[in-house]
Design a binder for this molecule. Structure first.
Ligand SMILES: *Cc1c(COP(=O)(O)O)cnc(C)c1O
Length: 217
């Protein structure tokens, strides 16, 4: 089932778009099935859960942290995480840099932009992002690399609103790309990834369409 879902999703994604299989709450056996079908990039939103899965599963998996980050948890994943999507404060960025240095690594990060109308969603404003990218402190951080942006659209049936939120993020991405080494625009989930790709996404984060609905009990 998982292998079939994956195959089906991959057929709908152009080659230049990277698929992150979002495996949060799902057991290692499910991840192993996707792995056996060829998938190597997995996304988790809780550090502890990602660490446990990292320890049990094949070492060539690329682990992406897609959830909201608590600064005190960064140290547990600094050794192996391959991309952190949800960086939404300068303090967190500095902590990632510090922990990456301990492992003599450079950790790739995406800045999360607040594009949704919902107050509950995390993320920085375009102004805050420019402030970070232009600051001297940022330029001195040698163990992190900001490779792009991440955003989540409003949870709504209004396709026009979702499209316009994605396209505003793409605009910001293109603007910043002229002065920064950006290559990744992470936007799109099971319900809206096609719209995200139409609006310039280069990385989609898909969970339930691959692994089935999540049970949070
Ligand atoms: C859970 C989650 C996803 C995947 O959601 P689905 O609707 O199951 O595809 C994508 N991005 C983030 C940030 C998530 O937390």
């Amino acid at each position: 089932m998982i292998a079939e879902n994956l195959k089906h999703i991959l057929k709908t994604i152009p080659e230049h778009v990277t698929l992150v299989a979002v495996s949060k709450t799902k057991p290692c056996t499910d991840i192993q099935q996707a792995y056996d079908a060829g998938q190597r990039i997995f996304g988790e939103n809780k550090v502890q859960e990602m660490v446990e899965k990292y320890e049990k599963l094949p070492k060539d998996i690329e682990w992406h942290m897609i959830g909201h980050l608590q600064r005190n948890k960064v140290k547990y994943m600094a050794e192996f995480v391959s991309l952190i999507h949800g960086v939404d404060s300068f303090k967190t960025l500095k902590e990632i840099d510090k922990q990456a240095r301990k492992h003599d690594r450079k950790i790739n990060c995406l800045l999360q932009v607040h594009i949704a109308k919902e107050e509950t969603k995390f993320g920085l404003s375009p102004e805050e992002i420019k402030e970070i990218l232009n600051s001297e402190v940022f330029k001195s951080l040698e163990n992190i690399s900001i490779v792009g942006l991440m955003g989540m659209a409003t949870f709504t049936d209004n396709q026009q609103q979702i499209a316009s939120e994605f396209s505003s993020l793409k605009k910001l991405f293109d603007e910043l790309k002229t002065t920064h080494n950006f290559n990744t625009l992470s936007m799109g989930m099971s319900g809206d990834y096609q719209l995200a790709i139409e609006n310039g996404s280069t990385m989609v984060r898909i969970g339930s369409s691959i692994f089935g609905h999540r049970n949070y009990n």
